[in-house]
Design a protein around this ligand. Structure first.
Ligand code: HOZ
Length: 430
């Protein structure tokens, strides 16, 4: 890369004076890979350009939302059109109805759905609703699953919490954390055993059906089905956090791919087309426990914001019109083969995982089926690889414990350039 980093470095030095850690979300700070972050000044399609004019093929895609690529015309046009009519009303608007109807038509488990402003709000609301509906306090979550920075769920969490080695955040009362039971992913016996003792006290099991905040690993055959069975047998709600997988793996998300129906689902990212949005939905009899119909309170000044609704609707319609999920699977599978070729000779030190348009290259020989196995990764080698890729114009998530994302703007050109960069970077890193 010809150009320097002066502007980004200057901005970061300035940011450090005003913003904790210089960033508004910890994992952006590059602490998982060393060095300091670049600042983005614009992005288009598969590329992001930094403040110094360097361009990168972007596999972060705003951590998932930009599934059409950056600045997709349909989304930008929809936002501009909506903005011309007003930025926020705090009054019901037609876009809310359209987006809710669209979500229901894509995800059969959703009888009713409510919009909020982030994935964190969505999972937090699911947990409160599950507790209010069942009248129980305990929650089961899985090691390495990250559900945003919700107090009850920031226990043994993934993403930045894992990257920085603090999976249990300070500031969460021990008495609250005690209400969260943490179990290893892909271990149905551990779940059965807990339910044998305390099943009647457990309001919900919450999980990312495809955990993508400790890198990326997949549910073993039968695991999700066993959770469904256990929940049904004990009157416990099954909550899928599909903030990452929703509207990315398939129209109906991971629940469609794996054929397992949750009671509640949390959404975010893709649903907002790049604007701050979340949503949660599920069985109508449960959702009707929300205020104003029911006793569980949940609200938001900007919830259902007309710009966000317009962006989400435009993105979902465009995905459908372009047969997006099939196209993403094609690109994902090409990228996977190209990366496997690039990694030839290092198979015993790498474990590549992919599903649809999400992927992760672990720096461990594998297998990786849970957090303990993900943590065997050589994070120092990943850091070297990350920087070697960045120098070659490819931007991966700045942590071993995050997933990569493809968009419809990524094609053969990007795949080829990425594989070339990976081949050289692996030789430098390992
Ligand atoms: N939810 C993202 C990680 N999986 C983090 C987003 C951010 O830090 O910007």
């Amino acid at each position: 890369m010809a150009m320097g980093r002066e502007q980004s470095d200057r901005l970061f030095a300035e940011a450090l004076r005003h913003i904790p850690g210089g960033v508004n979300s910890p994992v952006r700070a590059f602490r998982g890979v060393g060095g300091s972050p670049f600042f983005a000044r614009r992005a288009h399609g598969s590329r992001v350009e930094d403040a110094d004019g360097n361009e990168y093929i972007d596999y972060v895609c705003s951590w998932g939302p930009n599934i059409l690529g950056h600045g997709a015309k349909a989304v930008v046009d929809a936002v501009v059109h909506a903005a011309a009519n007003g930025l926020s009303f705090g009054i019901p608007n037609p876009g809310e109805v359209d987006l809710a109807a669209k979500i229901r038509s894509w995800v059969p488990s959703v009888g009713k759905v409510r919009a909020c402003n982030s994935g964190t709000e969505a999972t937090m609301s699911c947990v409160r609703l599950a507790r209010g509906f069942t009248g129980r306090d305990l929650i089961v979550k899985f090691e390495g699953c990250y559900h945003g920075h919700v107090d009850s769920l920031l226990v043994a969490a993934g993403s930045g919490a894992l990257t920085f080695g603090r999976p249990d955040s300070a500031g969460i009362p021990a008495r609250l954390a005690e209400l969260t039971i943490v179990l290893p992913f892909n271990d149905p016996d551990a779940v059965r055993s807990v339910f044998r003792d305390r099943g009647r006290e457990i309001a919900a099991i919450i999980l990312e059906p495809v955990p993508a905040n400790a890198g990326l690993y997949l549910p073993e055959p039968g695991f999700l089905e066993s959770l469904r069975e256990i929940c049904t047998a004990h009157g416990t709600l099954l909550i899928f956090d599909e903030v990452m997988t929703g509207f990315r793996l398939a129209r109906g998300g991971a629940q469609e791919v794996y054929g397992v129906t949750p009671d509640l689902t949390a959404f975010g990212k893709v649903i907002g087309g790049g604007l701050p949005v979340g949503a949660f939905g599920g069985r109508a009899d449960i959702m009707d426990h929300l205020a104003p119909d029911g006793p569980v309170y949940q609200a938001g000044t900007l919830s259902g914001n007309p710009l966000a609704m317009a962006a989400g609707l435009a993105q979902m319609s465009e995905l459908e019109a372009r047969d997006g999920f099939r196209a993403l699977e094609r690109t994902g599978s090409t990228l996977e083969s190209a990366l496997r070729d690039a990694a030839r000779g290092f198979e015993d030190r790498l474990c590549l995982k992919r599903i649809g348009s999400m992927f992760c290259m672990y720096f461990t020989g594998g297998p990786v089926r849970n957090l303990a196995e993900a943590k065997r990764s050589d994070t120092a080698a990943f850091g070297r690889f990350f920087h070697a890729m960045l120098r070659r114009g490819v931007y991966l998530a700045p942590s071993q414990f995050e997933a990569g994302f493809l968009s419809l703007a990524h094609g053969p050109l990007e795949v080829e350039a990425t594989a070339r960069a990976a081949s050289a970077s692996l030789r430098e890193a390992l």
